[in-house]
Ligand binder design. Structure first.
Ligand code: ADP
Ligand code: MG
Length: 303
């Protein structure tokens, strides 16, 4: 595993940003961290990259603890922060040279040249960063994130603010990087997942509401949702085991949204499950939705 997040919570004063978040990213996987604004995506990424500490829980990157071995973690992580703060008065090449120096990279000139070629910065390499378009600035951001050849890349909303052409180019670049590296990218755009990722985690109000393979999402043009309310609490891992259930979302107060393939009806299986586990089903209803709607369903506020 490249990244192992275990029961991470983060409070900013009295504001809870992450609530017992756990997930893992396998070596070489490309994970989308999908969620609306304020869901906790940037907070999670700042924790993984050692910029802020969690209030509780633990994170390991390539088997190194983010608190106990933060320097080892930083060597193995490349980070493109949300607003990609760059030194606008520096020249592209000068800036990358500066970053290479921070990482104490040997033969840094050669490495900078390599990064400029890899990220397609050649035509703009002699310009000041302040003079670059947003798309080229993102390339500089990606170049600084990979210059020390990290195993893990953490990209916070790498495509936000790009025009459609830049979007396609940056996605292609991320896909290319994803062939060699473990990548976690955050986005609030569902289509991004289709375009780039192997796996998707949907986060809402600091809690994971879905965690599945993107191929699962892709293969389902649409899905059936079953809303069920039990009288008693039940563990999501048990619900996950019900035959035909693809995804489980906790709606609070013993209410759940279970997703199954389009055309399949899992209600009978749910009743059977309830009987086996001595649970009472208070309400149950079923509807068909496409994945875009499922995402909205999982992330919108109920109350
Ligand atoms: P996202 O990246 O998904 O939009 P963030 O991780 O930036 O979400 O924020 C999660 C929650 O934590 C939000 O409610 C946000 O207002 C709050 N938050 C983020 N940073 C701070 C901070 N430095 N101080 C206080 N609250 C913060
Ligand atoms: Mg953010």
């Amino acid at each position: 595993m490249s990244v192992v997040v275990s029961n991470v919570s983060k409070w900013y004063g009295s504001q809870k940003a992450l609530d017992e978040v756990s997930f893992q990213i396998g070596k070489g996987e490309v994970l989308a961290f999908l969620g609306p604004n304020g869901a906790g995506k940037s907070t999670m990424m700042k924790i993984i990259t050692t910029f802020i500490a969690p209030t509780s829980g633990s994170v390991k990157v390539c088997d190194f603890d983010i608190i106990g071995a933060s320097l080892e973690v930083r060597k193995r992580v490349g980070y493109l922060p949300e607003h990609n703060p760059l030194y606008v008065d520096m020249y592209v090449r000068e800036y990358l040279q500066f970053i290479a120096g921070l990482h104490r990279i040997k033969n840094s000139e050669g490495r900078v040249k390599e990064m400029i070629a890899l990220t397609g910065l050649e035509p703009e390499q002699h310009k000041k960063i302040g003079a670059l378009s947003r798309g080229y600035r993102q390339r500089v951001g990606l170049a600084q994130a990979i210059i020390h050849d990290p195993e893990v890349l953490i990209l916070d909303e790498p495509t936000s603010g790009l025009d459609p052409n830049q979007l396609i180019e940056i996605r292609a670049l991320i896909r290319q990087l994803g062939k060699e590296k473990t990548v976690m990218l955050s986005t609030h755009i569902m289509q991004e997942v289709e375009a780039i990722c192997d796996k998707v985690i949907i986060i809402k109000q600091g809690k994971i509401v879905a965690n599945e393979k993107a191929s699962g999402l892709r293969s389902q043009q649409s899905a059936a949702l079953v809303r069920v309310e039990f009288r008693e609490p039940v563990q999501s891992v048990l619900l996950q085991q019900i035959n035909g259930v693809l995804n489980v979302a906790d709606q609070g107060a013993n209410r759940w949204v279970l997703t199954s393939r389009e055309g399949e009806d899992i209600r009978q299986a749910i009743f059977q499950f309830a009987v086996e586990h001595q649970l009472t089903v208070l309400t149950i209803s079923r509807e068909e939705r496409d994945m875009e709607q499922v995402f909205r369903e999982l992330t919108q506020n109920k109350d």
